[in-house]
Design a protein around this ligand. Structure first.
Ligand code: 5AD
Length: 358
């Protein structure tokens, strides 16, 4: 074992923060460390989760968005998207369907849609928590004032996902350079503060970032890892960047090859499993979309969550944050059986528990 992996092990065991220079070396030596770090990750994963993979039912409630992220297919400037918004009834039907299949977590995810205002979401939270009282409810609805996060927590929301996207202010600004976002004052710090607020309010909080965005350097990723080390989120969502041709960044920018983005994502999943051993780490749809078998590969590198889509068929192909986004089709019992088989083939199984952070 190299001294770097020993250093990493030592920091984790003694719960000491990892220094910037160690993070830099870990990233710079990806090729050499890939297998040892993966093996360490698998050990940590087994120690805390055995061979169990949690499932979360994802419900995409709206693709209307007030933001204009330069990488995202549902940015407000993209006029080519067919917009949709689920009714409250649709959303509850999705939960019912999911509950019957054994889901114990529902994730309401959407663009920053003003029509899903504080009161409407509060009412939804009340209804869902009342009807499915043994389930966890996760929100993923973007940047909101602290009062709104507090209100939703009070109504019963348990978890919140908000990727920080990039902890480096310049890179964040590059990814959010459109006049709309600039005018709204979207900055890395604002985004990070939302996450600190969510943590303080008692949400199980999820941060994360994309791997292989245009101009992303190892130094940027080091800053992402340092931010995560400081925040100590319960969930960390990372996935490869996949260009969307209808976005400014998707049109022109040179990026690492799909294989490079794939491997770097896997390496980072393994690193994160080591650094945050008990964190809930999804093997993302982006990973599965980029390379066939990607979802299973994610699990084999330390991920322990998958998020099948429970959205209604009529809208599930419209939430196109990147091109050709996979529709895992797990909304049917059939889909879940397929997922179960895929996991079995690599020695893992679905755990239908609530899967809180412990
Ligand atoms: N490729 C990969 N991931 C993307 N996201 C948005 N656009 C893309 C893209 N083109 C991610 C962002 C966002 C999450 C919901 O999806 O990180 O937070």
């Amino acid at each position: 074992m190299t001294s770097l992996t020993q250093l990493l092990k030592h920091s984790v065991v003694s719960k000491k923060p990892i220094s910037e220079s160690v993070y830099t070396s870990l990233l710079d030596e990806q090729e050499k460390l890939f297998l040892p770090i993966q093996n360490m990750a698998k050990k940590a994963q087994y120690l805390h989760f055995k061979n169990q993979v949690y499932i979360r039912g994802l419900i995409e409630i709206s693709n209307y968005c007030n933001n204009d992220c330069d990488y995202c297919g549902i940015r407000c400037s993209n006029k080519a998207v067919q917009r949709f918004r689920l009714s409250d009834e649709d959303i509850l039907t999705c939960c019912k369907k999911g509950y019957a299949l054994g889901f114990k977590t529902f994730v309401l995810q959407g663009g920053e849609d003003l029509l899903f205002d504080v009161d409407r979401v509060s009412k939804l939270i009340r209804q869902i928590k009342k009807e499915f009282s043994d389930c966890a409810l996760t929100l993923s609805l973007g940047e909101k004032p602290a009062e709104v996060y507090a209100e939703w927590k009070k109504e019963g929301a348990d978890r919140y996902l908000l990727r920080h996207e990039s902890a480096n202010s310049n890179h964040y600004a590059f990814l959010h350079q459109s006049p709309v976002d600039q005018k709204r004052g979207r900055t890395a710090i604002y985004r990070q503060n939302c996450l600190y607020t969510l943590k303080k309010l008692g949400y199980q909080t999820g941060a994360g970032f994309m791997v292989g965005t245009p101009l992303q350097t190892n130094q940027h990723v080091v800053e992402d890892l340092l931010f995560l080390q400081d925040l100590q989120p319960e969930m960390i969502g990372i996935g490869p960047y996949i260009p969307h041709p209808e976005t400014p960044l998707g049109k022109i920018s040179p990026i690492p090859t799909p294989t490079q983005r794939f491997h770097k994502t896997l390496y980072l999943l393994s690193l994160l499993r080591n650094i945050h051993p008990r964190a809930l780490l999804p093997s993302t749809t982006a990973l599965a979309t980029l390379i066939p078998g990607g979802r299973e590969k994610g699990i084999l590198h330390g991920a322990n969550v998958v998020m099948p889509n429970l959205s209604p068929e009529k809208t599930s192909n419209k939430y196109e944050i990147y091109k050709n986004k996979l529709n895992t089709g797990s909304e049917s019992a059939n889909g879940l059986a397929t997922l179960s088989k895929a996991l079995e083939s690599i020695g893992y199984e679905i755990n239908k528990g609530i899967g809180n952070y412990v």
